[in-house]
Write a protein that binds this ligand. Structure first.
Ligand SMILES: Cc1ncc(COP(=O)(O)O)c(C=O)c1O
Length: 439
């Protein structure tokens, strides 16, 4: 399964589990713990998707900060100035990572998807209300590698998407083809830093330049890279320009609940100008409850994720994030090397940051003799049987790894298990002993 919530609709349990007399706290917590028996062991570095950990101490801090503010409601920060102050601090920190100009303004959201939804809505409303253009049938041009959240936004906000194939060799967005796909109703180009499927950073400068030429927006989705790329650049990792330092980038998304290592429910959407940001919010007084305004999709908004983000950012500091980025990057590069060294596998792209994917080698390598390509999803099954959780993606059939700091302690074991699974899958398809092991 890739990044997906299953849409099955199981029947409701035949009886309500609500007890007549409520359970004790201890019993309730015991029952709660029992429910997680089959969950992936992400705190042990077994999940290459969905969960992130830099250390148990940081996770505990996030949990404690969350607990202290879980009941506070950021729907109205007049009532909770603490949340406004925390949110402003977080936005200022993220702004420095993004090279945001003084004119930039942002909002905290519940996650990457909400950040992207809001950037799409802001662009739609900006052009809908533009005095000269008044675009009422807008389209957005994006590479096929852009996250599914853009498709969700397009469906929610009635925006046409023009999905342009990525460059076949590099998996990066094709700026020229994107420009060719645009017309007078195009309101925005999308780039990613890095994109999720193969982990490469798009040519943001070229895409933003094309957007500027047309007088339209350019959104850079840095949900995965917004926290790590600034530190990787500082450490000398060669990276193309990817943030607001590129003229023409008008909005960006950055997730704190990924490589910010904070609690789930924290992301930032940042705009180059207050004017663009003003198209994000929603207000009405056309009901019996008086004036209502909210910045994003949510109404009531727990203070938990905001407090956790504020706490973790200040606890880790530049130094903590630098180390975490370096650790995740080194681990991703080690894994990429091992995959490249195995003739049965094909690394999709050398990771620009900390994400990578790989599939079965399709060309016959002399070391592999005449073995047929392996079934990469059988490999994913074998890894799952050994307690590893990896994402599966198509096209082409691939295993995806989101490598974060926790994997520094587990990747050698993962590579050993991967080698074992490859031998097993190979022997089941009649190629026993054709290959060596990885380590
Ligand atoms: C590049 C990118 N953008 C956006 C998202 C969506 O983030 P979320 O799952 O927090 O909504 C993801 C999720 O993995 C992502 O990889």
């Amino acid at each position: 399964m890739g990044q997906s919530e299953r849409h099955s609709s199981p029947a409701l349990p035949s009886a309500s589990t609500l007890p007549e007399t409520g359970w004790s706290v201890d019993h309730t917590l015991e029952q709660l713990e029992a429910l997680r028996v089959n969950d992936v062991r992400w705190k042990e570095g077994r999940a290459f998707s969905l969960a992130y950990l830099v250390s148990p101490e940081v996770h505990d801090l996030a949990t404690e900060a969350y607990r202290r503010f879980s009941g506070e409601n950021a729907l109205n920060v007049e009532a909770f100035p603490s949340l406004r102050s925390m949110a402003n601090d977080v936005l200022a920190i993220v702004g420095t990572w993004l090279g945001a100009p003084a004119s930039a303004r942002g909002f905290l959201t519940s996650g990457g998807t909400e950040s992207i939804l809001m950037a799409m809505k802001a662009a739609r409303d900006q052009f809908r209300h533009d005095d000269i253009r008044r675009i009422t049938s807008p389209n957005v041009v994006l590479p096929t590698s852009a996250h599914a959240a853009f498709h969700k936004a397009a469906a929610y906000f009635d925006i046409q998407l023009r999905s342009v194939p990525v460059c076949s060799q590099t998996w990066r967005a094709d700026a020229v083809a994107m420009d060719a796909a645009a017309d007078e109703n195009t309101i925005m180009f999308v780039a990613s830093a890095p994109q999720y499927p193969q982990g490469v950073v798009d040519p943001v400068a070229d895409i933003a330049a094309a957007a500027m030429q047309r007088g339209i927006n350019c959104h850079v989705d840095a949900c995965m890279g917004g926290v790590t790329l600034p530190y990787l650049a500082e450490l000398g990792v060669p990276l193309p320009a990817w943030n607001f330092a590129v003229e023409g980038v008008t909005s960006m998304s950055v997730d704190l609940h990924k490589f910010g290592y904070t609690a789930k429910g924290a992301s930032v959407v940042m705009y180059r100008s207050a004017a663009l940001r003003s198209h994000q919010g929603f207000v009405t007084d056309n009901w019996l409850g008086g004036f209502y305004g909210s910045s994003g999709v949510l109404g009531t908004k727990s203070g938990g994720p905001i407090a956790a983000a504020w706490a973790v950012l200040h606890h880790l500091g530049h130094d903590g994030y630098r180390r975490a980025a370096n650790t995740a990057r080194d681990t991703a590069v080690e894994i990429a090397r091992a995959i490249q060294a195995d003739p049965r596998l094909m690394l999709r792209a050398h990771p620009d940051a900390t994400l990578l994917s790989f599939g079965a080698a399709t060309t016959i390598d002399s070391r592999a003799g005449s073995a047929p390509p392996i079934d990469i999803f059988a490999v994913a099954d074998g890894l799952a049987a050994r307690g590893w959780y990896v994402d599966r993606q198509t096209p082409p059939p691939s295993i995806h790894l989101t490598v974060n700091a926790v994997h520094a302690g587990t990747y050698r074991r993962f590579l050993q298990d991967l080698a074992g699974v490859l031998d097993q899958v190979g022997s089941e398809s009649g190629n026993a002993g054709a290959y060596g092991t990885l380590e």
